[in-house]
Design a protein around this ligand. Sequence first.
Ligand code: NAP
Ligand code: HSE
Length: 428
Amino acid sequence: MSTPLRLGIAGLGTVGTGVVKIVRQKANLLAARTGRPIEITAVSARTRDKDRGVTLSSYAWEDDPVALATRDDVDVFVELMGGSDGPAKAATEAAIGAGKHVVTANKAMLAMHGNTLAQAAEAADVALRFEAAVAGGIPVIKALTEGLAGNDITRVMGVMNGTCNYILTRMQSAGLPYEDVFEEANQLGYLEADPQLDVGGIDAGHKLALLSAIAFGTRVDFDGVELEGIGQITIADINHAADMGFRIKLLGVAQMTGRGLEQRMSPCLVPKNSPLGQLEGGTNMVVIEGDQVEQIVMRGPGAGMGPTASAVMGDVTDIARGFRVSTFGVPANQLEAAAPARAVTPAPYYLRMSLDDKPGALAKVATVLGKAGVSIDRMRQYRHDDSTAPVLIVTHKTTRAALDEALDEMTRLDVMATQPVALRIESV
Ligand code: NAP
Ligand code: HSE
């Protein structure tokens, strides 16, 4: 009988219990696929006597995840607690220091500390794997590091936060305002403990930063991600976009440009008939473009017990087979520091504004746009019942810098009833 691979699991919530279930229910299948048994030897969580719907009595219990991570009978430390710092980071560092492989679903920790953790893992000659951290059940890390290794990746983009996609598609289908659907998502338990991680685009930004590192061989740079959440999207935006043949998505885009690495996570208009435009509910989609493969599209559940545990087990089985790949596809000390480039690729923009309904108001806006070199493609003024006029402008392709110059100037005009909202129209 070959030597078993022994797991120590810290975190027995949604993902952790999912992993316990797979290891218990699919023991024979996993052994056949990897050539050795995969066993759990020890677990840890905050509360020992909680009913988690799985039998844990045959595993050793540790109150302290650091103690779990350094146990002699643990080969792989499976970190499923969450949080960028605190116990997750301390236990991951301890595991690496003790020569254990690490598998984690923790995008926040890797987005903030991925470079140093990957270097530590390589110095200790152990694996640090994170398939479950990006786009849940979609094996996108494996696709980038292995299946697409013969490509220069030119662009990576996607919808990587299921909660935001649920909110935006539900607003569209039910005609409900943002606030109502946000509350619905809360009742359904979709929101992170800090909802700003979801609706502020931070969670999806963490995921994009991790994908960028692999795609472009660069150091993880979450601070370089331009972040914009979905909180300013109104049902009017959803409807205007639909009228023009678009859907609004919280879209992440990363590409290497002549000026540096462009990484942005923001609500964008995408054609409603495109794969991204048709993505409904909590589903995720990642689009990868490479010089050889052209374009591939991966779609699947971005969260939930089964899908996320499935991704964790993909990493565990690789380790069981003895398959090793650097955390970000190339050795961590070879990752290059890329200068962050701010949305340099020109695009058309959707502008929604509310103007005081008085003579010359629209002319002032048009003048400001013209002075900044932003050309108007289409314009509509909607019916209004009070003293303000809702105006919608679609620009020709322009840079974000030129648009920002115009938006900044507009705030000084005496005709703006509210702050304008600008959404990029992305070609996908
Ligand atoms: P969760 O349901 O909140 O579970 C977290 C677990 O960690 C709980 O069992 C908790 O213990 C335990 N824990 C927290 N602090 C601890 C500490 N100081 N010491 C020991 N145990 C501690 O979280 P989750 O949804 O499973 O997420 C786990 C990780 O996967 C996170 O990094 C998350 O971002 C990532 N992820 C989750 C999903 C998803 O669909 N849920 C998808 C992708 C990635 P108690 O149960 O005793 O409170
Ligand atoms: N809050 C995340 C989402 C969970 O909605 O996609 C999965 O990472």
